[in-house]
Design a protein around this ligand. Structure first.
Ligand code: 7RM
Length: 631
């Protein structure tokens, strides 16, 4: 059993060995899985193509490692606990044996509907156990899952389905989230008007709301799964066969389909999970992320199940029925490890301690955060009031593209520093570069964060567009994977991630492309042009500020703003809804027609004293107008 790191000294040794001989290091980790065939070659790589392959020649199925492998020793152990949105509804639990059978039945249903190895299946659901089962069911038969977050609306969904040419959509009639009932199937119906590749839709009954079922295309999950067998022969996959696609926002309007492959992702998900959280047998582990995001993929489903852990899944939101819900769940299930987002912490902090006080929280041993930088105030609030100063906080930095955690403390093992993600995980070789791509050596430096050596969980390509992968991540700084993040290394070599340096913003921990929001705003028939930038937001981290140019002067400005907001919600989803909309007559453009976002960002931040060089502007007077009307 390749083990867990158990002391800071050991971390230092393991880290330095992992850098000296990465292949030997990752082989020592990969040895313990269930391989149908072991690999011929550990690593082949170049970052110029990029071409990265781990464990070539190896054959396996990830679900055999998540499920079958545990049946001997953990058949009766709880694998998955599900807490529904409504605290009065009964939860559900699945032992490893039960989960194994559910996954097999689901997989057989997919096969029965013609889904084959290599087919893409879109999953668009709320946080119900069947969502996790659907992922694993796809992986069981070698189908590539592409989960789309249930908060996205029809156009975002259609874009993602079309890009991956999915043959099937797995969805539900609706999803409960707090006081809301989200009509998922209706959104799917809207999306599918423009998705010719989709032949079948499997619909889970969850909310009981009225849906339209199209004969020959739409099938109720409970009817289809009824007579399926509870064992299912797993498809034997090559190490580098695709496991999933997950779309993430980029600087251009269209999201990128980040591709992860089987073996490397598996090894990385499991090994990071065990070490970062220091999971002990019997622990109850809760990742609050939605499976629609990469955190849910790696640290709610795959990582914990690979490790034989008990993973908790929550359907609802932190503030419903009240802001004590998280802590109520912690006490109810005696959660030992909780992994959540700074934005959730800040929103609960703002609600006041009376929502925390009724709960004991004495089961907690490790706290984690992910998704954005955690400010010191939130860090201390989490540490003092949730962890009661006895639980290490692991501030884990990573990305959809990295597959798993790259820079992080190991809980209780390596030192902490509030607002720092601290040290690289074994096998990870970060580099900070300046604008010209020169690596800044030594400590006390600040620049852009790159990674200079491959790790097993890294992105392999962007789906059906390898050039985009190269341009996005590997071309800007030759020989490096570029993260898009700014970063500092302090006097002790600890890393602090300072935030994005491109046109994407993290809104409540969700990555959003400003161009994506602009596209949605421009769907409003009266809007000629728009420009979206981020502004610092006390709870969300970043808020969305939209400057919009209407076709004609409208006296009912508030009504127009409301319409724009509704357009964005309907077209892309409420996560893109602007916090502020400023109606303007023009945008600051250079003579070549490029919007000077730098100026808009400053205005959105409320810092208009020094807008920098504006001499290249076509019409500098628009800036004064925008400044005067700033919100
Ligand atoms: C896991 C996830 C990736 C971006 C990344 C950063 C930001 C994530 C942290 C963080 C500071 C952290 N995937 N980010 N974790 N920034 N400290 N601990 O969030 O693809 O959705 O976003 O998130 O900017 O590049 S993601």
């Amino acid at each position: 059993m390749s083990t867990r790191i158990t002391s800071f000294e050991e971390y230092k040794t393991v880290y330095s060995e992992s850098v000296k001989n990465p292949e030997k290091f990752w082989v020592s980790v990969a040895g313990e899985y269930y391989w149908r065939r072991k690999w011929d070659e550990v690593l082949k790589w170049n970052f110029s193509e990029p071409d990265v392959k781990w464990f070539t020649g190896g054959k396996l199925n990830i679900t055999e490692n998540c499920l079958d492998r545990h049946l001997e020793s953990r058949a009766k152990q709880t694998a998955l606990i599900w807490e529904p949105n409504n605290p009065d509804e009964k939860g559900r639990t699945f032992t490893y044996r039960e989960l194994y059978h559910e996954v097999c039945r689901f997989a057989n249903m997919l096969r029965h509907h013609g889904v084959k190895k290599g087919d893409r299946v879109c999953i668009y659901m709320g946080m119900v156990p069947e969502l996790a089962i659907a992922l694993l069911g796809c992986a069981r038969i070698g189908a590539i899952h592409s989960v789309v977050f249930g908060g996205f609306s029809f156009n975002s969904l259609a874009d993602r389905i079309n890009d991956a040419e999915c043959c099937m959509v797995i969805t539900a009639d609706g999803a409960f989230r707090g006081a809301k009932d989200i009509p998922l199937k209706n959104v799917v119906d809207d999306a599918l008007k423009n998705c010719p590749s989709v032949k079948k839709v499997i619909v889970l009954k969850r909310t009981g709301s009225d849906v339209r079922m199209q004969p020959g295309r739409d099938f109720w999950c409970h009817e289809e799964i009824n007579n399926t067998h509870h064992d299912c022969h797993p498809e034997v996959m090559d190490a580098e066969d695709m496991l999933f696609i997950l779309y993430t926002s980029g600087s251009t309007g269209k999201p990128k389909g980040v591709v992860h492959t089987t073996a490397g992702y598996m090894v990385f998900a499991d090994y990071t999970f065990r070490n970062v959280f220091q999971y002990n047998d019997g622990d109850i582990y809760w990742c609050t992320a939605d499976i629609g995001w990469v955190t849910g993929h790696t640290y709610l489903v795959y990582g914990p199940l690979l490790a034989g852990a008990t993973t908790l899944m929550f359907e609802g939101i932190p503030t419903w029925p009240d802001a004590g819900r998280f802590w109520k769940i912690v006490d109810k299930y005696k959660v030992n490890i909780i992994y959540t987002a700074p934005t959730a912490i800040r929103s609960l902090q703002a609600m006041g301690l009376e929502y925390v006080k009724p709960y004991k929280l004495d089961s907690l041993r490790v706290l984690g955060t992910v998704g954005e930088p955690i400010n010191e105030e939130a860090w201390h609030w989490y540490n003092d009031n949730i962890g009661k100063k006895r639980c290490p906080i692991v501030d884990t930095w990573w990305q959809t593209e990295t597959g798993g955690i790259l820079i992080t403390p190991l809980a209780g093992i390596t030192p902490l520093k509030p607002s720092f993600a601290t040290l690289p995980f074994p096998g990870i070789q970060p580099a900070i570069v300046d604008e010209n791509g020169k690596e800044l050596s030594g400590n006390n430096v600040e620049g852009r964060l790159c990674i200079k050596f491959p790790w097993p969980g890294m992105i392999r390509t962007t789906y059906r567009n390898h050039a985009r992968c190269r341009e996005n991540y590997f071309e800007q700084y030759k020989g490096y994977y570029f993260t898009g993040d700014g970063c500092k290394r302090d006097e002790n070599g600890f890393y602090r991630i300072t935030g994005r340096v491109d046109d994407v913003i993290k809104v409540s921990g969700h990555l959003l492309g400003t161009a994506e929001v602009e596209n949605a705003i421009n769907q409003h028939p009266d809007i000629v042009e728009s420009a979206v930038v981020g502004f610092p937001h006390a709870i969300k981290g970043w808020g969305i500020y939209a400057f919009v140019i209407p076709e004609r002067e409208r006296s009912d400005k508030e009504k127009l703003k409301k319409e724009i907001s509704d357009t964005v919600t309907k077209f892309m989803g409420s996560i893109g809804r602007p916090d502020k909309i400023q109606i303007v007559r023009g945008l600051p453009k250079t003579r070549s027609g490029k919007i000077m976002r730098r100026i808009l960002r400053k205005i959105a931040e409320g810092d208009t004293s020094n807008l920098g060089d504006t001499t290249t502007l076509l019409d500098p007077s628009v800036v004064d107008e925008i400044k005067a009307g700033a919100l």
